[in-house]
Write a protein that binds this ligand. Structure first.
Ligand code: FES
Length: 393
């Protein structure tokens, strides 16, 4: 980085655990946010409310150098995401470069800008897998939550179905992903059925992760307790209905159940995120956190960002943990939960995740799981008047 992508740099003095001879592990995955531009305006989007403009996006060569450095660090998988990565005309060149390095390449897309030539181009570039989003099994509701109600011609939903056919036709393995929320949970089973019809190998039914726009719109999106219980039953029925024809993954609802999720499988432990302008983050939502400045992949390099930056070292391991995490037997499994969730609920990213029933702030999460009267949601966009968050107390 800056001096040529060392494969295994020496641990920096001051790393948590360095005195005991431990060091940060090498990262396994790189989440490459190629752009924040997107034809959709999903109210549940986890992108930051402060979106990066096109003029600040990295160029092709900069992304290719980042991929070189990521591979040098030990990264094996790259997730190409956004925004909508298909809006980058150099996407195939980025895929081809990653494959040339031996990286597994996963494209996360809405599918809207896809045509047959693009699908063939990406397959020829060596793309390994595509994750295609659908919003609902009901076309009108799908387009409504994605802000696509003013489209002329085929609906956004219909375009996604066409994209799925193009992708499978090009021989690309397909996962269908649906973000679940109060407005579409009633059709969870129908979404699984749709994924089977589309020829997907896998469907990921993932409850909304409340970051970015989804956090702004949480009063609109958060499901009630009974909806969450019913979702579990609907997933079981879908698995029974479809057997081995498709793998059905169910990502549990945030804020229900009284346990903290092992966010990112531990801060600075397995994955790093590079934002469209090169900012390097330990997770997709970390730009909102107070504390040390975030490093940049171009100016600071990836190795220095991963191993040496205060932002990555701040919550590594267990030394940073307060009680009740510090003495909890689950601390190596849930890693104290999610730092961003802790910040969003309490203003302090260094406390136990309030999703945990042992957190002194757990009542704030419990209050959210009771659906509030539905306000108008705020669509994701570059400039939006975002209403202030309701007082959690
Ligand atoms: Fe940032 Fe969980 S999303 S730590």
């Amino acid at each position: 980085d800056g001096t040529g992508a060392p494969a295994r740099p020496s641990p920096a003095a001051g790393l948590p655990g360095a005195a005991a001879g431990r060091r940060a592990p090498a990262p396994l995955g790189l989440v490459a946010e190629l752009t924040h531009r997107c034809p959709l305006q999903c109210t549940y989007c986890a992108n930051p409310v402060e979106l990066t403009r096109q003029r600040d996006e990295l160029d092709t060569e900069q992304w290719q150098r980042i991929l070189d450095r990521a591979r040098g660090l030990g990264v094996l998988q790259v997730h190409l995401t956004g925004g909508e990565p298909l809006l980058r005309h150099d996407l195939a060149a980025i895929v081809a470069h990653a494959r040339g390095l031996g990286l597994y390449t996963n494209l996360i897309t809405s599918g809207l800008p896809l045509d047959a030539a693009r699908a063939a181009e990406l397959a020829a570039a060596g793309l390994d897998h595509v994750q295609l989003s659908v919003q609902d099994a009901d076309p009108l509701r799908a387009d409504a939550v994605a802000g696509l109600t003013r489209l002329t011609g085929p609906t956004g939903h219909a375009r996604k179905l066409a994209a799925a056919a193009l992708l499978t036709g090009a021989g690309l393995p397909l996962t269908v992903n649906a973000v679940l929320h109060r407005g579409n949970l009633a059709r969870l089973g129908a979404i699984a059925d749709l994924a089977v019809e589309l020829g997907a190998d896998r469907v990921e039914l993932a409850h909304t992760q409340f970051y970015g726009w989804a956090w702004v719109n949480r009063a609109h999106l958060a499901p009630g307790e009974e909806q969450v219980r019913q979702a579990g039953r609907d997933v079981a029925e879908a698995r029974a209905r479809h057997g081995d024809r498709i793998e059905i993954t169910h990502v549990a609802a945030d804020h229900h159940g009284g346990t903290a999720k092992p966010c990112m499988n531990g801060w600075g432990s397995e994955q790093l995120v590079v934002a469209p302008d090169g900012t390097v983050l330990p997770c997709l939502a970390a730009a909102q956190l107070p504390g040390p400045a975030l490093p940049n992949a171009v100016t600071d390099g990836l190795a220095a960002s991963w191993y040496d930056s205060p932002a990555f070292n701040r919550y590594r391991g267990t030394d940073w943990m307060p009680e009740p995490c510090r003495s909890c037997e689950l601390r190596e499994q849930d890693h104290g939960g999610c730092r961003c969730q802790a910040f969003q609920f309490t203003g302090d990213p260094g406390v136990t995740d309030p999703a945990c029933r042992f957190s002194p702030h757990h009542h704030l999460v419990r209050a959210q799981t009771t659906p509030a009267p539905t306000p108008a949601p705020v669509p994701r966009r570059f400039t939006a008047a975002v209403p202030p968050a309701p007082d959690p107390a």
